[in-house]
Each structure stands twice: as structure tokens, then as C-alpha cells.
Write a protein that binds this ligand. Sequence first.
Ligand code: B4P
Length: 191
Amino acid sequence: MLNLVLFGPPGAGKGTQAVKLLEKYQLIHLSTGDLLREQIAAGTELGIQAKSIIDKGDLVSDQIVIGMIDSKLKANQNARGFIFDGFPRTPAQAKALDELLELRGTAVSAMIFLEVGHDELVARLLNRGKISGRIDDQNISVIEKRVQVYAKETAPVKDHYLSQSKFVSVKGVGSVDEIFNALCHEIDKLL
Ligand code: B4P
């Protein structure tokens, strides 16, 4: 199985590239951000709780997102592999993902980091906020909070994959197609 973790700060292009990669490599896309937004749109109790956290730029609890990933893995037993987008976002989530995949006799193939500088991230998110209606993309202080939360809580996840020699870094600035080609170049080495 090919199991890819797409990693990077908010606005690095994870969701954008995941959509292109899953088509090329025939993988299942698991975006915890999208799964949470589905819950919000459906007005579930989980969605109501998640909305207040996301709108402030904080992370939803590990227990909730790990539970969502577990149920998606159960629902896709015959998948050729997965693209994890926006997950894991904490070392505890990374450990849980290793355990969930091990139970299924598989593992993360690589974690691919999209390198993008701070000002570019902020510009991209503010721009998306104008089009998407996402409240977390419309307020500069919420965006800065997400970047800070990333640096404090999510960046250490890199060490988890570095210690397993699974960390790969790709320049995340340029056209969407240029970045896609650079990602494919790295992924093809895994096949
Ligand atoms: P996510 O939905 O994961 O949102 P994100 O980090 O903003 O990245 P996304 O993938 O959507 O954007 P992309 O970089 O592709 O998370 C939202 C919130 O949900 C989190 O803040 C958190 O509260 C919660 N959450 C999600 N997962 C969680 C977890 N595991 N644990 C706890 N909480 C969790 O793109 C951004 C913009 O850049 C787009 O407009 C795109 O068009 C543009 N763009 C992309 N590539 C570009 C390029 N090459 N050039 C120019 N623009 C580009």
C-alpha cells in the first residue's frame, strides 16, 4: 500500500495537491479539515463543538480526529492506499496513526513536507477567505494563531517521521503544476 502524509503549515497547499495526487495514484483522500467541515455543515454535536475551536484557530482534540480517521480506515478496507491531509497534526496523532495502520498490516510510506514561507501562507489564506467563506481564513489574527499553533503543536510531528527516515521535503512555492511534478518525482521513488 502507498500511504502518504502531506504535511505543512496552514495554506501550504496540502488540500490543493492531495486532490491531484489521489487521482494520479488512485488513493483515498482523508482530510481531517474536510471531515470536520462536513460535520459542521451537517450540524452534528461534534460539528458544533468543532466549529467554535476551528473559528478560533485552535486544534480539535486528538480523540475526535483519531476517531474520525479510524472509522474512515474501517470503511475503506480495500483501498490501494491513503493520502492523509492535515493529519497527523500532533505527535499523539502520529503515534495513533502508526498503530492504526499497523493493525491493518501496513505503515506510512512517507511524510512529504511542503515548504512555504510565512508571508506567502498568510496571503494565500486571506485570498481563499474572500472566495470560500471559511471564517478561519477571513481574520488575520486567526490566521496568525493557526500558524503559531502549527509551530508549537504540529511542527514536532516532523521529528516523528525523521526518526523513521520517512521525511521528504519539497518546495511548496511555484505553480500548482510545478509543485505537483516535484511531489510525483518523490512519490515515484517509493513505488
Ligand atoms: P485544514 O482544512 O487542514 O486547513 P489548512 O491547514 O488551512 O490547509 P488546506 O489544506 O485547506 O489549504 P491548502 O494548504 O491546500 O484545517 C482547518 C482546521 O481544522 C484547522 O485549523 C484545525 O482547527 C482543524 N483540524 C483539521 N485537522 C485537524 C487535526 N488533525 N487535528 C486537530 N485539528 C484539526 O491551500 C490554501 C490556499 O492556498 C488555497 O486557497 C489554495 O488555492 C492556495 N494555494 C495552494 N497551492 C498554491 C500555490 N502553489 N500557489 C498559490 N496558491 C496556492
